[in-house]
Design a protein. Structure first.
Lengths: 116, 111
């Protein structure tokens, strides 16, 4: 398997524009996570899905952020409208089981978002 | 408040030397603790996963220890290599599916 695949790797956009980040989890993994990484706050969970259903979105910072998982092999994270403070690296991760079962979470390469 | 704190923030060592990174956590309830390695521009990669009943776990030159009573963990790197230059992140599993990440220790290994 190619691992978790994210696109694009880099995104530069102007404030106010809509941004869509994409993720393809590892085949067969039932859990998908979206994280945001900044220098100040490190990695923070935004939302996670189990079998395509959003389970916990308490980490989504504002209504400007939304995430979907229309099928087991694809998820999107959308920011509309984008703001400069959204600039960060966004990671997608997937796991076979719940992380409480000591299962490994595999991360994608991340999307570096810059909002100017 | 559930927190994971790591020290030092950054570390410089010479190739071939050993080093130890520290992690203190206040997360409760605690399920497991992980150490990840993150190369610049890449996603984190798991090194070890330990449950509260495990005291030590090794992965090659990496050895993690855990003291669940004092809520401390350490990652020891033996005979460091240039490729060990990366950020090392301590992660604690909180409840079922939440992972709380430390801000990491940035390690630089020089020849």
């Amino acid at each position: 398997d190619a691992g978790v695949i994210q696109s694009p790797r880099h995104e530069v956009t102007e404030m106010g524009q809509e941004v869509t980040l994409r993720c393809k989890p590892i085949s067969g993994h039932d859990y998908l996570f979206w994280y945001r990484q900044t220098m100040m706050r490190g990695l923070e969970l935004l939302i996670y899905f189990n079998n395509n259903v959003p389970i916990d979105d308490s980490g989504m910072p504002e209504d400007r952020f939304s995430a979907k998982m229309p099928n087991a092999s694809f998820s999107t994270l959308k920011i509309q409208p984008s703001e400069p403070r959204d600039s960060a690296v966004y990671f997608c991760a997937s796991s076979l089981e719940q992380v409480v079962m000591n299962t490994e979470a595999f991360f994608g390469q991340g999307t570096r978002l810059t909002v100017v | 408040k559930n927190q994971v704190e790591q020290s030092p923030q950054s570390l410089i060592i010479l190739e071939g030397k050993n080093c130890t990174l520290q992690c203190n956590y206040t997360v409760s309830p605690f399920s497991n603790l992980r150490w990840y390695k993150q190369d610049t521009g890449r996603g984190p990669v798991s090194l070890t996963i330990m449950t509260f009943s495990e005291n030590t776990k090794s992965n090659g030159r990496y050895t993690a220890t855990l003291d669940a009573d004092t809520k401390q963990s350490s990652l020891h790197i033996t005979a460091s290599q240039l490729s060990d230059s990366a950020s090392y992140i301590c992660v604690v599993n909180y409840y079922t599916d939440k992972l709380i990440f430390g801000t990491g220790t940035r390690l630089q290994v020089f020849p």
